[in-house]
Ligand binder design. Sequence first.
Ligand code: FES
Length: 208
Amino acid sequence: MSDALNYLLKARPDALSHYFAFLKDAGKHLDPKTRNLISVITKVHAQTERGLRQYLGRALREGCTPMEVLDALLMAFPALGLAKIIWAVDIILDMNIPGFAPEALTSLGQWHDVMASAEVKDDEVTRTECDDRGLFVYRSKKTYQVFDSRCPHQSTDIPQLALKGSTLTCPKHGWEFDAKSGDCIKKGNSPLKRIESKVVKGRLLAFW
Ligand code: FES
């Protein structure tokens, strides 16, 4: 949320609550993907970079695929025009989201060999890289959790240095996460993206 909206929420909570209630109610008959794609398009139309980064992250987290995002942008061409679409794609490329790579767009996803399962110590969070993707891995006995290292706020790739015990603090705006559960525990409102995983023959595999 912008600083100005935060300010107005404090200064005029009565007025702003109606605005947010309206926004919440306005999309209630749409499925989450459609709602998220419309939000992304509105941010492109208004050319608010911070909003685009945030709503794109949310759309991807809530199940939109990169190809669906591109389709939505292209379908909105009559309203957006080419210049705004190019503006948005430049920002998306700058976010360096693996799923937007041309070869990844047509891939249906696959299992990636992350590491030997025994390399992850029990009750510890480990950061690793796999096929150009940063991951945080947490193990509790035989259960493994794998999270994307990119912040759900604006896709900052969160480094190893940001990890203190099991608390992860994004260096860009300070959102804090419990890297055991992925939950956002301070400042923000969205969890880390969980990635499907399994252990096969002593190897931890992750699907994307
Ligand atoms: S990008 Fe804003 S808190 Fe991570």
